[in-house]
Ligand binder design. Structure first.
Ligand SMILES: *Cc1c(COP(=O)(O)O)cnc(C)c1O
Length: 407
């Protein structure tokens, strides 16, 4: 069967909207256009009911019992900003220290850097091992009496490595420190449970789980402990005063429906995608020499494959494939620049292999044929680029006479 071109395999940047999600949203763009804050008529009641139903659908997906603990935002970036700046913005008896990791997304790192620049916080950036895993003991050692927040992503958006957040959660709970998890890439793909994982604040977004762009959410724990946050957007006091502004009702409805569908299909979908991902990985690794897997071989998101092809530029691979295959070298936030991925560099790979990374993001609508196509085209393009590469030639002949370093 022929595949339809171009094939989308960049699902860490965004996912296609599920047709069932679109269908659920449409009435709220049309006849059900009411404002959820309008208390005096049926248009408002209908909108409010829809927004609250969606909140419950999302709550269920992430193990939240009281949907009031969910605050809508414009997306993952805003949710993370509200969590980090919101914690630092509340007086916590002189506490101003944040512990996070070097492989967080820019949505976490940039607010941290701003708070440091402004003198509002001090931040410890913990390293990860060669597979991208954080050692929870490092968190324990980094916590001081001034620490108020630990922020660790659940799964990395470039390499897919899944962090031991439940262990980190036990440490933060025992230390009386708040725990924020950027779960933007993980929610809807792997099971998430704020209770089991000891999470106090959790960020996520609709457009990474087959919902619309423009809406995300922050889970804010209300009991044991009750988390206090400084609002970052003031206005009409919507969302319990934590995030003013009219909730975009159609997007909220889509977010809720998308979460509900993920809850229903996640187990089977993840199993299917892991099989396809493993097939893609096996085919590429078997056909190409000097290719390196980035990320943890097992503790990894099922739809994620990130590899570095030595002696070729990742950008050249992406450009050569771009008419047929939509891929990325890493996070959408950094792909505008030609800087090598800081995530791959943090694995100790070096700048050359960081420049050579290619990320495949499978999704709900990825087919077997698309996987075979992606494998074939990748193998062909890497071989062709290497034939043109003097560096690869030199490395080959060096290896042949035994001069190159074993890797
Ligand atoms: C996509 C992503 C974000 C940003 O979410 P937006 O909704 O696009 O603002 C933050 N963190 C991670 C890990 C992501 O993958």
């Amino acid at each position: 069967m022929a595949v339809r071109l171009p094939v989308f395999m960049d699902s860490h940047s965004t996912t296609p909207v599920d047709p069932r999600v679109l269908e659920a949203m449409l009435p709220y763009f049309a006849e059900r256009f009411g404002h959820p804050g309008s208390r005096n008529h049926a248009f408002g009641w209908e909108a409010e009911a829809a927004v609250e139903r969606a909140r419950e659908q999302l709550a269920r997906l992430i193990g939240v019992r009281d949907s009031k603990e969910i605050v809508y935002t414009s997306g993952g970036t805003e949710a993370v900003n509200l969590a980090i700046k919101g914690v630092i913005g509340v007086n916590r008896g002189g506490g101003d220290h944040i512990v996070t990791t070097v492989i967080e997304s820019r949505a976490v790192l940039d607010p941290c850097r701003r708070l440091e620049r402004e003198g509002a916080a001090r931040v410890t950036y913990l390293p990860v091992d060669a597979t991208g895993l954080l050692d929870p003991d490092l968190v324990r050692q980094a916590i001081t009496p001034r620490t108020v927040l630990v922020s660790v992503m659940l799964a990395n958006n470039e390499i897919g490595t899944i962090q031991p957040v439940a262990e980190v959660g036990r440490i933060t709970r025992a230390s009386g420190v708040l725990f924020h998890v950027d779960a933007t890439e993980a929610v809807g793909k792997i099971p998430v449970d704020v209770e089991r994982m000891g999470i106090d604040l959790l960020s996520c977004t609709a457009h990474k789980l087959y919902g619309p762009k423009g809406i995300g959410a922050l889970y804010v724990r209300r009991r044991n402990p009750r988390v206090r946050l400084a609002a970052q957007i003031d206005g009409g006091g919507h969302e319990r005063g934590l995030r003013s502004g009219t909730v975009p009702v159609p997007l909220a409805v889509g977010f809720g429906r998308a979460a509900e569908i993920c809850g229903e299909v996640m187990a089977a979908e993840s199993a299917r995608l892991a099989v396809l991902r493993d097939r893609l990985q096996a085919r590429i690794l078997a056909a190409v020499d000097e290719v390196y897997l980035n990320g943890h071989p097992e503790r990894r998101l099922p739809h994620t494959l990130n590899v570095s092809f030595a002696h070729v530029e990742g950008e050249s691979v992406l450009m050569s494939l771009s008419k047929e295959l939509a891929l990325s070298s890493g996070s959408a936030c950094t792909s505008a620049t030609l800087e090598p991925s800081y995530v791959i560099q943090a694995l100790g790979r070096g700048a050359e292999l960081a420049h050579a990374s290619v990320r495949y993001g499978l999704h709900r609508f990825t087919t077997d044929e698309e996987i075979d196509f992606a494998a074939e085209r990748t193998i062909e393009v890497v071989r062709r680029l290497r034939e043109l590469s003097p560096v690869y030639e030199a490395a080959r002949s060096g290896a042949a006479i035994g001069r190159s370093e074993p890797r």
